[in-house]
Design a protein around this ligand. Structure first.
Ligand code: NG1
Length: 459
């Protein structure tokens, strides 16, 4: 993996001439607005997670790829050195500007993610980055489960680190800074998106472990390709509490099982550390979930009784959740099962890559569990995954947080074109979306790309 701060030629990063034109347009818009060329250009990609959904915040490994769609930020030092200006190449995004001493995230707006990246670096280095003039250009579909928000945070943090000349920061450290920083904006994510945005490798998937972040490169079978399809229902996750509720339920599940096993729940806040502390495998964790948690909902009083805590301690455990009842059993069954599926997926890729049917089965099982145990699917995602299976996908599932957004399907390479035609016919045509529009924005093959980098400003 290249040094994060080494400047790379646009031609070496992007294959398509469309992207070269896009970057040139960004530079000329930047010049129009700020009167000078940008000093730096940075890029951070979105991601598709192949398997391991809703397990990163429980501490379990995930298996994503970085994608071609990304956020590029052009930036130069603010002449007064006191002002941070965040603008977009897309005029429909409102510009934001403030004194650098007043940068804080108080609301969820598109630029809040840029502010979060800036603040993340400021906190880590214990020094404010200088005033900056920034212009953002993004191609990651928003609210689609492909991590447009994290791409913004990561690109902004990279730009801030560049201006502070903090060039010793490693990709792993940047991932951790950005995972923490994105929590200013509202969700309690586990760090997958920021990690793959910095640690993506061209042509490979990455098994990402947490605490601390570290990666193992995984080769995918040559005979398959991965196709992203958007169900066209947006989910703006920072607006709702659905996501944070799931995080709280997993935390409580770990605390209750730890207590039932005679451990101090205060020391075990996630399911993965619980598994490690008790020397269990993911399969044994599943057995433990079945033994120590009951199906159906837990009330707050019931959990407070088990843990022996008062209202205020309970409130501090559940953080940003607003739940009244907690489905600990179902959530923990999903997490333990999904953790096993990630391990099995990786094992097949390493030891028996011809078993593409086996990989497809794991992807389908993941979707079923996200639908029935984690309750993060919606009808449109279920229909679209079924259409994808009917069109020849070996496995298909929702990707990212769910509640809308995209699906990922694993498809034999030789039928990829036919697959895309059939999915368009069955899902997008009835929505009056033309084949050209669907395949340029909503339905596309996604190959693993490299992670974030600094781009050479073309002369
Ligand atoms: P997206 O798809 O970007 O909403 C979220 C979390 C991830 C992970 C997935 C579910 C953030 C920034 N991202 O992703 O960490 O938990 O859901 O696997 O909160």
């Amino acid at each position: 993996m290249s040094n994060l701060f080494e400047e790379r030629n646009i031609e070496d990063v992007y294959d398509s001439s469309g992207d070269h034109t896009r970057i040139k347009n960004l530079i000329s818009k930047f010049k129009q607005k700020f009167g000078e060329e940008p000093g730096f250009l940075v890029r951070a990609p979105g991601r598709v997670n192949l398997i391991g959904e809703h397990v990163d915040y429980c501490g379990f490994p995930v298996l994503p790829i970085a994608i071609q769609q990304d956020v590029v930020i052009a930036g130069r030092a603010d002449p007064s050195d006191r002002v941070l200006t965040v603008s977009s190449s897309n005029d429909s995004f409102q510009e934001y500007s403030c004194n650098i001493r007043d940068v804080q995230v108080t609301e969820v707006k598109w630029y809040s993610y840029v502010l979060a990246g800036y603040l993340g670096i400021a906190q880590r280095i214990n020094s404010l980055p200088p005033g900056l003039q920034l212009m953002v250009d993004g191609t990651v579909p928003m609210s689609a489960g492909l991590s447009s928000s994290s791409a913004l945070v990561c690109a902004s943090a990279l730009m801030s680190a560049l201006f502070l000349k903090e060039e010793t920061l490693k990709r792993e450290a940047m991932a951790e800074i950005c995972a923490k920083a994105e929590r200013y904006v509202g969700t309690e994510g586990g760090g997958m998106d920021q990690a793959i945005s910095f640690l993506g490798v061209k042509g490979k998937a990455q098994l990402i472990n947490f605490n601390p972040v570290r990666c193992e490169t995984v080769s995918l079978p040559d005979s398959v390709t991965f196709v992203v399809a958007n169900c066209m229902v947006n989910k703006w996750k920072a607006d709702g509490t659905d996501f944070n509720n799931r995080v709280a339920e997993c935390r409580l599940a770990a605390d209750v099982i730890a207590t039932e096993l005679g451990l101090d729940w205060n020391h075990i806040k996630k399911l993965q550390p619980l598994m490690v502390a008790t020397n269990m495998t993911p399969k044994e964790l599943l057995e433990s979930v079945e033994e120590h948690l009951h199906p159906g909902a837990y009330t707050k009083d019931e959990i407070m009784g088990i843990l022996g805590v008062d209202d205020s301690t309970f409130a501090s455990i559940i953080g940003k959740s607003s739940n009244e009842v907690f489905r600990l059993y179902d959530r923990a069954v999903h997490v333990a099962g999904e953790a096993s599926r990630v391990a099995e997926f990786r094992r097949i890729c390493d030891e028996n890559p011809a078993d593409i049917q086996g990989l497809g089965r794991l992807i389908d099982e993941s979707h079923l569990s996200l639908k029935d145990k984690y309750n993060v699917s919606i009808e449109e995602l279920d229909n679209l995954t079924q259409i994808c299976r009917d069109a020849g996908a070996l496995g298909s599932r929702l990707v990212g947080a769910g509640f809308g957004g995209c699906t990922i399907s694993m498809v034999p390479k030789e039928i990829a074109d036919e697959f895309i035609s059939q999915v368009w016919e069955a899902y997008y045509k009835p929505l009056n979306i033309s084949f050209e529009e669907a395949t340029s924005k909503h339905l596309f093959v996604s190959s693993p790309c490299a992670g974030a980098c600094v781009l050479k400003v073309p002369s």
